[in-house]
Ligand binder design. Structure first.
Ligand code: GLU
Length: 275
C-alpha cells in the first residue's frame, strides 16, 4: 500500500487546543507514509483571522508535524467553488433563500434544534414579496433543492473505516445552504470540492461532522467527484464529559507550551484515546 492522502483542515477562528492536536495527529498518522496536507478553511471572513492561520502552522510545527506545501487556503480559491455552484445551478438544483434568521426560525423552529429541516424557503413568502426581495438585490443565500437532488442521484452510500458502510440520508438536513449571504460558498461545498481537488483518499475528522458526510457524498455524486474513504474519530472530552472546544475555555496548545508542556507530553496525553 503506497499510503493515503490525508489532510487536517482547521478554521483559523482561534488558537488550536488539544482536540485539534488529536485530530491533526490522527490525520498525519493515517497517511501511513503517504501524503499529509494542511488546508486552512478560512471562508468565513467574519470569524477567521490571518494571525490564527499563522499560529496554526506554528503550533503544528511545534507538535513535530510536517505537511506538504503549498498550504491550500480556501479564501484564495473562491472560483473553484463558484464553478461547482454554476454546475449545480445549471442542473436547476439551487434557489436563493431571502429569509432572515428570524423568519426561518418562525417557519421551521430555532436554528439550534437538530431536528430543524429547512426546505423550500422560496415558497414561504408570498410570491410577489419573494420576487421583490430578489429584485431589490438584497444578499441571499443559495440553497440546494434536496428532494430533487436525491431524485437525480438515487440512493448513496459511503464508507467509514470505524463505522462501516453508511447509507447517506442528506434529506435529514433539508435544503442545505451552499453559498452564504456573506460568503459565496459554504462549509459543505468547499470541503467537498477541495477534498476532490486535492486528491484526498482518506478524510479523517471528528464525529461532530459525521452527519455532514451524507451531504458531501450527495455533492460528490452531483458534481461527478470521487468519493474518498472516511474515518470519524471520537471527540475529546474533559473530566466532566464536556467536549473540548474553544467555547469551553479548553487550554490552547500555545498556553500549554508556555507552561512547559512538551510535544511529547501532548502526544502521550492523547495516545490512549481510541481513534
Ligand atoms: N474546518 C472544519 C473545522 O474546523 C473541519 C473540516 C473537515 O475536516 O471536514 O472543524
Amino acid at each position: 500500500m503506497p499510503g493515503e492522502v490525508t489532510r487536517f483542515a482547521p478554521s483559523p477562528t482561534g488558537l488550536l487546543h488539544l482536540g485539534h492536536a488529536y485530530s491533526a495527529f490522527d490525520a498525519a498518522d493515517a497517511s501511513g507514509g503517504g501524503r499529509f496536507l494542511l488546508r486552512i478553511e478560512d471562508i468565513d471572513r467574519t470569524r477567521c483571522r490571518p494571525e490564527f492561520a499563522t499560529a496554526i502552522e506554528q503550533d503544528l510545527a511545534w507538535l513535530g508535524l510536517d505537511w506538504e506545501r503549498p498550504v491550500r487556503r480556501q479564501s484564495e480559491h473562491l472560483s473553484d467553488y463558484q464553478a461547482a455552484l454554476s454546475k449545480l445551478d445549471a442542473m436547476g438544483l439551487l434557489y436563493p433563500c431571502v429569509l432572515s434568521r428570524k423568519e426561518l426560525a418562525a417557519a421551521f423552529g430555532p436554528d439550534s434544534d437538530d431536528l430543524t429541516v429547512v426546505t423550500d424557503t422560496d415558497r414561504i413568502l408570498d410570491h410577489g414579496v419573494y420576487a421583490e426581495r430578489l429584485a431589490s438585490g438584497q444578499p441571499s443565500a443559495l440553497r440546494l433543492r434536496m428532494a430533487q437532488a436525491l431524485k437525480r442521484t438515487g440512493p448513496l452510500t459511503w464508507t467509514d473505516d470505524r463505522h462501516g458502510v453508511q447509507t447517506a440520508r442528506p434529506e435529514r438536513q433539508g435544503d442545505v445552504v451552499l453559498a452564504r449571504k456573506e460568503t459565496p460558498t459554504s462549509y459543505h461545498l468547499s470541503v467537498t470540492v477541495d477534498d476532490a481537488l486535492q486528491g484526498i483518499t482518506l478524510v479523517t475528522r471528528g464525529m461532530d461532522l459525521f452527519a455532514s458526510t451524507d451531504v458531501h457524498r450527495l455533492l460528490q455524486a452531483l458534481l461527478d467527484l470521487p468519493t474518498p474513504r472516511y474515518r470519524h474519530h471520537d471527540l475529546l472530552v474533559d473530566a466532566s464529559g464536556t467536549r473540548l472546544a474553544k467555547s469551553h475555555d479548553s487550554p490552547s496548545l500555545r498556553s500549554l507550551r508556555d507552561s512547559g508542556v512538551t510535544p511529547e507530553d501532548v502526544r502521550s496525553r492523547l495516545g490512549h484515546i481510541t481513534r
